[in-house]
Design a protein around this ligand. Structure first.
Ligand SMILES: Cc1ncc(COP(=O)(O)O)c(C=O)c1O
Length: 378
């Protein structure tokens, strides 16, 4: 599914040198290794401010807290994402409100958001938090329009989408403030937990920097209740090295996605979506945006059987995500029930992520496609 060692092998010396520098300078928390990465990341993404932090989850919380989304505020997000998209809203003291997804992209559906805003609960909403799921940007033109009309904050969960863009603008600069994750399996990854907040607003950037250090602007003077959400120096150093390669890795992912598409079509098993029938529905890149293929996710109505078939042939696959967030035990108190978000529930039954990482070889891709074609020929 993912072989991180193939990325590590050619970077071995460079990474050791960067880690050695942190040891020599003893800058273990924030400091020059993190500041260097922040500057380089902001420059590379083409936005004004990048603030390193301890994880993507912390980045989401920092983004919300910096935008002053807290008690009394409701935030609309998707039920089809990693748990943190919703749990961070609760940690910030705000109320998550869910709206269904677009079955063609798996991203939050602007029409569903608009319906929610038009209803009686719409008044409490202070922010929209779209997730760029699997590396495909959400429909930010529509969300910007909605946010502007209703004076809402727009907060991006860009955890899976480093380097993606919408129109000409980079993910991370499409709303007021954004959160990235550098969890080891992400496109740009640390050697442990790490994350980053980005924004073009100097005020929001200043707040995020203050909140990630227990609300301190001056040493040991706490202006607000923040938290310890700092990035450590080793992660900053590693990320700065890997940042030099991310464009090349993204290009490799994009080529692999094109090749998967060609191979599946040549095998005659691709169906036009959004729902599968006897074959598989392939993912696609929305026109006008740049997908960074964090995951390559197909849809099939024999998902679990296919997954077992692939596993028997030692082919990795994964389900992101088997249980939509409104049906998670820990989120029962939100009061949702089965049937509330039919698109998210259907996606949770049909999605399957196939091997996708920059170093995946062509012969391996052929094996994956061949095995799926064999399974479907039954
Ligand atoms: C969409 C999404 N949001 C938030 C997160 C949280 O990031 P982290 O695991 O770095 O806390 C992740 C990654 O795991 C994610 O995929």
């Amino acid at each position: 599914m993912l072989d991180l060692k193939r990325q590590y092998a050619p970077l071995h010396q460079e990474l050791l040198q960067a880690l050695g520098h942190v040891l020599e300078t003893q800058q273990f928390i924030l400091g020059e290794p993190v500041a260097g990465f922040e500057e380089a990341a902001a420059r590379q993404l083409g936005l004004s401010h990048a603030i390193g932090c301890a994880s993507g989850t912390d980045a989401l919380w920092l983004a919300l807290a910096s935008a002053e989304i807290g008690p009394g505020a409701a935030v609309i997000t998707t039920p089809f994402s990693f748990f943190a998209s919703v749990s961070a809203i609760l940690r910030a003291g705000a109320q998550p409100m869910l709206a269904d997804i677009d079955p063609a992209t798996f991203n939050l559906d602007p029409a569903a958001v608009q319906n929610l805003l038009a209803g009686p609960e719409g008044k409490a909403v202070k922010a929209i938090l779209p997730v760029h799921l699997y590396g495909q940007p959400a429909d930010m033109a529509r969300f910007r329009g909605i946010a502007k009309t209703r004076s809402l904050k727009l907060i991006e969960d860009a955890a899976q989408a480093f380097g993606a863009s919408f129109g000409r603008a980079p993910v991370g600069a499409l709303g007021d403030i954004a959160a990235f994750s550098f969890y080891p399996t992400k496109n740009l990854s640390a050697a442990g937990d790490a994350g980053m907040v980005t924004t073009n607003s100097p005020e929001l950037a200043e707040r995020a920097r203050m909140l990630r250090q227990h609300g301190m602007r001056r040493r040991y003077h706490h202006d607000e209740l923040g938290w310890n959400a700092r990035m450590d120096g080793f992660q900053g150093a590693i990320l700065a090295v890997k940042l030099r390669y991310i464009d090349q890795w993204t290009a490799a992912r994009r080529k692999l996605a094109v090749d998967y598409d060609k191979l599946f079509r040549a095998a005659g098993i691709a169906e036009s979506g959004p729902y599968p029938n006897h074959g598989i529905v392939l993912p696609h890149e929305v026109a006008g945006s740049k997908h960074v293929w964090h995951q390559y996710v197909i849809r099939t109505n024999r998902r679990d059987e296919l997954r077992a078939f692939l596993a028997d042939r030692k082919i990795g696959s994964e389900i992101y995500y088997p249980v939509p967030l409104h049906l998670q035990e820990a989120l029962k108190s939100l009061g949702y029930k089965e049937g509330d978000f039919p698109e998210a529930e259907r996606a949770a039954r049909e999605v399957l992520a196939l091997p996708m990482f920059p170093e995946l070889r062509e012969d391996e891709q052929r094996t994956v496609v061949g095995a799926i074609a064999e399974f479907l020929s039954d």
